[in-house]
Each structure stands twice: as C-alpha cells, then as structure tokens.
Design a protein around this ligand. Sequence first.
Ligand code: ATP
Ligand code: MG
Length: 411
Amino acid sequence: MTDRTRHLIGLLLGAEEDWPQAFESLLQRVGPVTIDGHEHEFGSRRLTIEPFDLNDPVRVGLVIDRLAYWYYHPREWLKKAALMNGTYLLNSPFTFQAMEKHSAYCAMLRLGLKIPRTVLVPYKNPLDNVRWAYTSATYNRPFDLDAIADDLGYPLYMKPFDGGGWRGVSRINNQDDLHRAYDESGEMLMHLQATVEYDKFARALSIGAETMVMDFRPDEPMHNRYAVSHDFLSPAAGHEAVAISRIVNAFFGWEFNSCEMLVKGNSVHPIDYANACPDVAVTSLHYYFPWALSALVKWSVFCLATGRRSSVDLHTERYFEIADDSSLDYDAKLNAYLALADEHFETTKYHEWCAAHLGDFDLRVRDWVAGPDFARILQETVAATYPPHEQDKFMAHFKGLTDHWVADQAG
Ligand SMILES: Nc1ncnc2c1ncn2[C@@H]1O[C@H](COP(=O)(O)OP(=O)(O)OP(=O)(O)O)[C@@H](O)[C@H]1O
Ligand SMILES: [Mg+2]
C-alpha cells in the first residue's frame, strides 16, 4: 500500500466567482503526484468566517486569500493559522499590514531602485486626539508647500502614503491644483511625488516563482487595460521589470502580488508594488487569465507537496549588505538581489519540479480553456458584470482573447 497525503487548499474569497471556479476546476486536473513512493492528492474548499478559538485546529495546509486587506476578522484568523498551525500563506499578512506603499518605497529606495523623488507632508487637518493641539503648537514646524512642489517640479502627483485603488490620487499641474488637493486631503496623510514621463507602463503579476510583465494602459476601460503585446519592452528593461517584481516579493514575503513600473527608455521606475492579492478577474486579465490561474495552481501544489514553509521573518540585512557594497553598480546589485529572490522562491527547483510532476498539466489547462466549462464561467461572469445590451459584445471580446491564448499555446 502506498502512503498517501491529501492536501487541502483554503480559498478565502470576496465577491468574485470567475477565478475561484477556474481554480477549483484546474486543481481537479492535477493528478495525484508521487514523490519517492508517497502519493499526494489535492483538493480545495471555500473558507467561511466564524468565531474561532485561538487553539482550534486548522485543516487547510495553504490559504489563498482575497479578504485580509479589508476584512480584519479573516486577517486575524490567517495570522493565527500561520503562527499556531504552520499554515502556508501566499502573502504574509504581517508585512502586508505593516508595510504600506510608503514603507515599500523606503525599502526599495534603500536597495537603490529608481523610485521617483517623494516627500511626505504632515496632515492638513487636525487629528482627533486631545494631545493634538499642544503637540502641534509645540512641535509642528510651519512649512512651505509651494517650495516643496517647486523643488519636485510640476506636474507632480499627490497621493496617500498607504494608497490603493486610485483613492485620493491627483495629478498636480500648478499651484492652484496643489492647494486644492492638499485642502481636500483632510485627514489623509499625503505624499508629493515627482512625475515620471514614461514611454510604457509595465504591470507585472507575480505568482510564486513566476512573473508576467504586461503592457498596461491605465487610461483605458478595465476590459482593455492589458494589451496583448509580448515584446513591448527592450530585453534589458524586460529583465529589470521581472527582477524588480521578484525582489519586492521576496523581500516582503509576498507570493501573489502586482508591481507597477513606469519605463522610460531602458530605465525602470517602480511606483506601486504593495498590491498583495491583486485583481485576477478574467474581465481584466483576459488573454493572461489562463497563465495566472495555471501558475496559482502549480505554485500552490508545489508548496504543499514539497513541504515549503512560509516565514514571518524578513532577512532584510542580506539585501542591505548588497546595497552597501560600493564595488557593485546598479545592474550588478539588481542581479545580486535577484539571486537572493530566486533562492527564496526556489525558482530553478520549482520549474524542474513542475516539469517532472506536472508534465501534462499545461495541455490540460489549454484543453480546459478551449472547452465548455470555461465558456460557461465566462458567460456567467459577463452576465454578472455588464448590462444586457453589452453582453454579446463583451462575450465576443473575451472569448476572442482567450481563444487567441489557446492558439498561441500550439506554437
Ligand atoms: N510618479 C508618477 N509619475 C507618473 N504617473 C504616476 C506617478 N504616480 C502615479 N502615477 C499615475 O497615477 C496612477 C495611480 O497611482 P498609484 O498607482 O500610485 O495609486 P493607487 O492608488 O495605487 O492606484 P491603483 O490602485 O489604480 O494602482 C498610476 O497608475 C499612474 O498612472
Ligand atoms: Mg497603482
């Protein structure tokens, strides 16, 4: 009789139905994997939210989470599962909570990445705290907002230090814009940031050891933001974009994250890269959706079958030693950080493991995307997302793009 382990993956979900159904269908297409005579099987379940005792057992070995960033009960359950039960989490809720966009800027600046110049200004409005009046009168130095803006140069961006989802972001073209935006910022803590005049907006989605750098057009409507274009960056900028995404993730302990970079010539400027648990809806990713879901399944299965552990510790000093080595130039540092990141993600082992144990999975994914189950999920998603008179148009749009992906797999 062979030994057998049945691994359970927990899905902590919000309002979405498309990618969870795709994930569940694709996971069923992973056959049992045998390693050294030991058989591994995989299943998933959707987690529900209920009171929990801090000593309760946890049955799932790994959790993919889309809730923790806004719903704190499941976030605290995730922390309990990680600390008490050794449950593997794709994103560290510990660093994700502690490291806002601001800390991520600081950490990557420390590594020498090309973050646009950024200044944090004090709150516009008084804080609701009895100590505010005295503290502010005693210690808040008057400052010249115009001088800061002149120094950064117009146009510039004003955005919250912990931003996300375009909340409170404005492009500032002149002094009037500046004062209006600062007055409106109220109780939000704001950055002023120099503008990067870019040629290309690269948005990279990383899942474990895999990264897809996509040509992003932020001004387009959601269904059209990702262009299907494979060589939109020079090889050097493409390498740098992959490296930066992976370095950010390894540094913070994130394995399911997106990184936004503004690319000017061969210069890559990261501006937003603390987006753990990013949107992977078929209605935004379209052509890239099968890649994303396949990577999510493969990475989850790899972590469980090989007994990979997640850690609450960060080993920032290993990165800072490289940052402080004056014998290395920018490219050499980037490659040294990337080597640490690839060691963290076991990149080589992951690809070899997938080739050895999931050899025909890519074909199964292709057949599934070409088949009726995927067409049904797409139809239901389009019906839930768009008004009736637009559904045929959008169904044709997304089916065309995912068929295009299927056709590309033959090559
Ligand atoms: N320094 C900059 N130079 C040029 N454009 C910028 C800069 N900072 C922000 N932008 C523009 O503003 C948009 C929003 O900024 P940012 O991504 O930092 O905010 P966000 O709240 O995280 O938004 P989202 O959730 O849409 O990514 C960017 O997608 C980009 O188009
Ligand atoms: Mg952004």
